[in-house]
Each structure stands twice: as structure tokens, then as C-alpha cells.
Design a protein around this ligand. Structure first.
Ligand SMILES: Nc1nc2c(ncn2[C@@H]2O[C@H](COP(=O)(O)OP(=O)(O)OP(=O)(O)O)[C@@H](O)[C@H]2O)c(=O)[nH]1
Ligand SMILES: [Mg+2]
Length: 690
């Protein structure tokens, strides 16, 4: 039984956008005979990129799943997007993998996105292999790329293969352990050959270095090696595997995805040297009934458990839930329990995802990646399990959003449809957020970057026929006071019958930032009867929702009600509410009112070369740099920047650094707006009111 599980490989392809992950997936599927022709990104006919939004951009925007058989093993491929805009999906789907192939472009080298994906792999403790791709391209350089990898990655990369020929002459690969050359013809057909004579010295020295590195993973082997004994290929391969699984080193292999060079060797490598679900061991979660830790081993005779890594949503076909089985077994239909939603779910047909299609699956055991349609409550990140043996796993949270757009319907009356359709699309992508802001009456759509949000808008049109416009959102300013003041609010009206009378004196003073609002009742001697005091407070709260300066909510102030008067017949709650509101407006005007703006805490990661530009730009955005750190080849800048200056930073940083800079941000605090800028905001608010 466990024999079968041992023959599963779940492999994520990760690395920066355009490195060749989707092309590599294509080559793997083609060589295994799963697909009949080698598709091309340029021709829009690959197995993994098929969504119109991907074809238009010639790059992946969502992880693709596929499966192939190779030498009696089943390999599940997860082709992740390399663009940071879609990294939330990349991260989520990487959780289904047991190992990762890090694809690096031999021309462009390692970009920040690769490092970020590498961090995810570390977080999930995924053993990795580096595949240096595009060696057939002009200006491709194996050595430079390897040096780059050495400077960037930890654990240390070690060379397992060497390229034969370079650029247009790139035609094969030397496998250092087997000490053999593999040459490829134009169709990717391969034949074993002797090491080319001009490479023999290089191969000899690199092979020695490799053996030494590999032997380090195994104490008995290093002894044997140091004593001068020959190590057999089997011994070396076993130690290589051990070293990969224990994260002692990361092997580096090479080739060309589109020329189909070195791909068959990578396929063998995945089977011989990458982990099976068994190698990864039991997974720990919690038992929801006792909150105690619980574990499930990747075995068929354990109770069923799994977790959802992705949800697809289609207006016609409905929901498709993709999950990784951790333990136990599912038949082609049945029920399971959702620990997060605490509900039972039924499914009619187990499916295997093969690119854009799904094929029925008879069963799924530990390590399988499968899908089911039309679950009612289940969403990405949920744990599915046997109802009699509950467990809950912790899954990666969606990445926090970095940019927001204000959204409006292109045709009136579509607003409700926008909401219902977007809610369905958000199931696909929990890193997209949809908010209605009462204060500004805006609908905000937030994501990891402009392209991220734009693709959602494109999908909305394609899948649901709804068109929307995006614009820069309004900044949620606040108003507060800097001084103290005392003022009277007196409301007196004599109409036909009953009059209205309310009269109060309040003192207003600032509170520390973030303290909101405080109301103190200091009325003595019954000058205002008890029942009217809450009315005064209510009047103040209501009018503070629209401050006196520019109509933004007023915060961080304390009001003390200390005097007033009433009329036995004409006083009412309404009259005192109005009096409170009048007193508040007067008092604020005299208490040196000012505007507050949200300040974001931002962390920017960038290659050295862009530091100058980024710092200058931050300066122009009224940013305050709090610190700088080295992180490998990159610099990390911590800063605080007003939100108003940061609304389009995702796109601006992208163009400033050619997509090589990354940033994260979160709300930090409110701070005073500089007077000149405040004056402009107040003027604009007045204009828009008129
Ligand atoms: N010359 C050459 N071109 C390649 C090779 N591999 C990929 N390409 C080209 O590089 C471009 C990007 O390839 P993709 O496979 O889409 O890259 P990706 O890593 O999937 O990119 P994202 O999906 O955006 O993350 C395409 O134009 C490919 O044809 C290669 O080995 N040699
Ligand atoms: Mg791709």
C-alpha cells in the first residue's frame, strides 16, 4: 500500500516571471507522453496557461495543476505564477507540494521574486532543486548564474550537471555523478555520449567537488572518501537524496525547456532524488474537540484528512475545490467533514486536474492532489477530514493586499451584480479584498498590485459580463483638535404650540492619538435633567462623524459637559441633541482643529542598484526612513509613509525597479497632515460640497 504513496512526487515549479516554469511543465508533460505536442507560450497552446488573461499576458496568473507518469511513478505538477501580483496563489498551492524545482533564467539571473518564492519553500520546508533554464539563449551564462545562486540561496547550491556548449551551441548536459554526457538533437531526442574532450578536466574537478559535497551529508561516506576509497554511484545517489531531504544542500541541474534539453534527466532526478509524501512524514494539526496537537501519517489506514489549496469558480460549472490528501483514502464519491466550517460536505465525483480539464478519479490516497465540484461551504485553506476523527491543519494565510482601487459600475444598475459576481470571484482568490466604505461611500477592491486587481476586473467582464471602472480611492482622513476650548450650544425655537429648548456648555480637549472619544458628565445640581444628558452626547457623536474642517470623522477628543439650562415644558431629547451638536461645532472651531492622515508602515526589498532612486522617491513622498538592512544581495528599507502618497506605489516601484523591487505595507497610525497640504484638502472638500 505505502508502496504506491512512495511512488508519488508532488512538485511545485517556482521562480520569477518568465523564467520558464510553464514551458518546463510543458516539456515534462510532453516527454512523459501525457501531451502529444510541445506547446509554446508564444502560441498560447501550453497545457498549463489557458485562461484568456494568461494568454493575453503570455504569463501565468494562477497555479496550474497537471499529472504525468514516469518510470512507474506519478508526478503531480504545480506550475505557479512567478509574478508577485499572484504570489498569494503561488504560496497557497506550494503547500500541496513535497518538493520544488526552482527555475532560474540563465540570462536574467535571480530576481527578488525568486527569493520570495524560495522563502515560501523554506517556510514549508520543501526540499528544492535548482534548474538553470534557457541555456540556449544568447547571453546565457551557466557560471554566472550558478555564482548568483550561491550568493543568494541557503542551503548551499552544488553543481550536479554541466552544460555542453553555450547559447545557440548549447546541445547537451554532463551528469557528474554518472560521469556521462547526454547530447540532444533538434527534436530533443537524446543519446548518451562520452564527455567531450575539451571538458574532461573541468568535469574531473567539478566531479571531485561534488563528491566531497555529497559525502558531507553522510558521516560514514565522508570517512570512506577521506580515506581515499572510491564511492559507488549508488552510495552517492543515496547520500545525495539524504542531503536534499535534510536541507544540507540544493543540487543545481540545467537545460532548456523549449529545446527539450536536459528535461529527461530532470524527470529521472525528480523520481530518484526528490521526496515522496512518505519522506515528508506525518503532518501535525490540532484535534478541534480537545485543542490538543494531533498528527496524521501519510498512510492509507489512517483516517482521511486533507486541506484545500485552491478554489476555482465558474458561473456555469460552479465551484471546484482542489485539495491535497494528507492521510487516509477517499472513494470516487462520499462525504467528509470540514473542520473550519464545522459542517459535513458531500461530493459526487473525485477528479484529477489535468491542465484546463478534469478527469474522473476512482480514489485518492495519501499524497494525492485531487478536486471535487460543487462543495457548499468549503473555501481555500480549510481542512477536510473524517467526521469521526477530526483534525484541523493550519494553512498559509492569504498575503495582505498592497493596493486599493475605488470601483464603479460602467452602467448604472449593475452595482448589485458587481457585488454578487465579485464575491464569487473572491472565492478563487482570497488575497483580493472587497470592502464597502460607509464613510466615503466607495467600493474598494484591493490586491497585491495593479495587475492583480486588473485581472480580477477582466475576469469579472469575461465570466460574469459585468464591466467596472477603477479609480484611485479616497484617503480616509480624520479630524482632531490641538487645543482646549469651552463653548455653549443653545437651541431655542418658538413655534405654534410647544417650543423647543436645550442649552449646554461643554469643554473640549485633545486625547492622545488613537484614544477615540470620551464623554464626561460633570453636570451638578440638576441644571440639565438626567434624561437629557445622553441626548447631548448623542448630538456630539453624530456631528463628530462629519468634522468641521472637511467633513472627515473627528477623533481623539474628550468632551466634558459641565453646565446648561432647561425649560420645564419646551425641553426635549431632540432639543438637547441639537444643543450638543451646536456646542461641539463651536468648541472645535476654537480648539485649533487639524487634519490627520493614515501613515503606513512599509518594508521595501530591492537590489542595491535601485537604493538611490528608491530613497529619493520616498523623500518625495514625505516618507520617513526608520532603518536599512542587508538581506543577502538586497537591501531592506523600513519606512513610514503617508497613505496619500502611497496609493499607486505597487505600480511605481515596479517601473522604478523593472519589477525587481518588492514591498509590503500595513497601517501604522494617524498623524497630523502638514498645514499646506491640509489647506488643499480642506479647500477641495469645500469645493466638492458646493
Ligand atoms: N530560448 C528559450 N526560451 C525559453 C526557455 N524556456 C522558456 N522560454 C521562453 O521564456 C518565456 C517565458 O516562459 P514561461 O514558461 O511562460 O515562463 P514562466 O516561468 O512560466 O513565467 P510566469 O508564468 O510569468 O511566471 C516564453 O517566451 C518561453 O518561450 C528556454 O529554455 N529557452
Ligand atoms: Mg508560467
Amino acid at each position: 500500500m505505502s508502496d504506491q504513496v512512495e511512488r508519488i512526487r508532488n512538485i511545485a515549479l517556482i521562480g520569477h516571471g518568465g523564467a520558464g516554469k510553464t514551458s518546463l511543465a510543458e516539456a515534462l508533460l510532453y516527454n512523459s507522453g501525457t501531451i502529444k505536442r510541445l506547446g509554446k507560450i508564444e502560441e498560447g497552446n501550453t497545457a498549463m496557461d489557458f485562461e484568456p488573461e494568461e494568454l493575453k499576458r503570455t504569463s501565468s496568473i494562477s497555479s496550474g495543476f497537471h499529472q504525468y507518469r514516469w518510470k512507474n511513478h506519478t508526478v503531480n505538477l504545480i506550475d505557479t505564477p512567478g509574478d508577485q501580483n499572484f504570489f498569494s496563489d503561488t504560496k497557497s498551492c506550494m503547500q500541496a507540494a513535497d518538493g520544488a524545482v526552482v527555475v532560474i533564467d540563465a540570462v536574467d539571473g535571480i530576481k527578488v521574486q525568486t527569493e520570495l518564492a524560495w522563502e515560501f519553500a523554506k517556510e514549508f520546508e520543501l526540499p528544492c532543486v535548482v534548474f538553470i533554464n534557457k541555456l540556449d539563449r544568447e547571453r546565457a551564462d551557466f557560471n554566472r548564474t550558478f555564482e548568483d545562486a550561491k550568493a543568494t540561496f541557503e542551503p548551499k547550491p552544488i553543481i550536479l550537471q554541466l552544460p555542453i556548449g553555450a547559447e545557440a551551441e548549447f546541445r547537451g548536459v554532463v551528469d557528474l555523478i554518472g560521469n556521462k554526457a547526454y547530447l540532444y538533437d533538434a527534436d530533443g531526442k537524446t543519446k548518451k555520449a562520452d564527455i567531450p574532450s575539451d571538458m574532461q578536466d573541468l568535469v574531473k574537478s567539478e566531479r571531485e567537488a561534488l563528491i566531497e559535497n555529497i559525502a558531507e551529508a553522510d558521516d560514514s561516506l565522508i570517512e570512506k572518501y577521506l580515506e581515499g576509497h572510491e564511492l559507488s554511484d549508488d552510495e552517492l545517489n543515496a547520500a545525495l537524496r539524504k542531503g536534499i531531504l535534510s536541507h544540507t544542500f540544493v543540487p543545481v541541474v540545467c537545460g532548456s525547456a523549449t529545446k527539450n534539453i536536459g528535461i529527461n534527466l530532470l524527470m529521472d532526478f525528480i523520481i530518484t532524488s526528490m521526496p515522496s509524501p512518505i519522506d515528508r512524514g506525518a503532518k501535525t494539526g490540532t484535534d478541534p474537540s480537545s485543542s490538543n496537537p494531533a498528527q496524521r501519517a501519510p498512510q492509507e489506514n489512517e483516517p482521511f484528512s486533507g486541506f484545500v489549496v485552491k478554489t476555482l469558480s465558474d458561473p456555469y460549472a460552479g465551484r471546484l475545490t482542489i485539495f491535497r490528501v494528507v492521510s487516509g483514502k477517499l472513494g470516487s464519491d462520499g462525504t467528509f467533514y470540514n473542520s473550519n466550517k464545522q459542517t459535513r460536505e458531500r461530493f459526487n465525483q473525485l477528479l484529477t486536474i489535468v491542465g484546463k480539464e478534469q478527469k474522473p478519479a476512482a480514489e485518492a490516497g495519501p499524497g494525492s492532489i485531487v478536486a471535487v465540484a460543487k462543495l457548499k461551504e468549503t473555501t481555500t485553506g480549510d481542512t477536510l477530514c473524517d467526521e469521526g476523527n477530526k483534525i484541523q491543519y493550519v494553512c498559509a494565510e492569504p498575503l495582505p493586499s498592497l493596493i486599493s482601487f475605488s470601483l464603479s459600475a460602467k452602467s448604472k444598475g449593475d452595482e448589485d451584480k458587481i457585488f454578487s459576481s465579485l464575491t464569487k470571484l473572491l472565492e478563487e482568490d482570497p488575497s483580493i479584498k472587497l470592502d464597502r466604505i460607509a464613510e466615503t461611500k466607495e467600493i474598494l477592491l484591493s490586491g497585491l498590485g495593479q495587475i492583480h486587481v486588473e485581472t480580477v476586473v477582466e475576469k469579472l467582464k469575461r465570466k460574469f459580463g459585468v464591466e467596472v471602472q477603477l479609480s484611485v480611492p479616497k484617503v480616509p482622513y480624520r479630524e482632531t483638535i490641538k487645543g482646549k476650548a469651552r463653548a455653549q450650544g443653545r437651541h431655542k425655537k418658538q413655534t405654534g404650540g410647544h417650543g423647543q429648548f436645550g442649552d449646554c456648555w461643554i469643554q473640549i480637549e485633545p486625547l492622545p492619538r488613537g484614544q477615540g472619544f470620551e464623554f464626561v458628565d460633570a453636570v451638578v445640581g440638576g441644571v440639565i435633567p438626567r434624561q437629557y444628558i445622553p441626548a447631548v452626547e448623542k448630538g456630539i457623536i453624530e456631528s463628530s462623524a462629519k468634522g468641521v474642517l472637511a467633513g472627515f470623522p473627528a477623533v481623539d477628543f474628550k468632551v466634558t459637559l459641565d453646565d446648561g439650562s432647561y425649560h420645564a415644558v419646551d425641553s426635549s431629547e431632540m432639543a438637547f441633541k441639537i444643543a450638543g451638536s451646536l456646542a461641539f461645532k463651536k468648541a472645535v472651531e476654537e480648539a485649533n482643529p487639524t487634519l490627520l492622515e493614515p501613515i503606513m508602515k512599509v518594508t521595501i526589498t530591492t537590489p542595491d542598484e535601485f537604493m538611490g532612486d528608491i530613497m529619493g522617491d520616498l523623500n518625495g513622498r514625505r516618507g520617513r526612513v526608520l532603518g536599512m538592512d542587508n538581506a543577502g544581495k538586497n537591501q531592506v528599507i523600513n519606512a513610514q509613509v503617508p497613505m496619500a502618497e502611497f496609493l499607486s506605489y505597487a505600480s511605481d516601484l515596479r517601473s522604478m525597479t523593472g519589477g525587481r523591487g518588492l514591498f509590503t505595507m500595513e497601517f501604522s497610525h494617524y498623524d497630523e497632515v502638514p498645514a499646506q497640504i491640509a489647506a488643499k484638502i480642506i479647500e477641495e472638500a469645500k469645493k466638492s460640497k458646493e
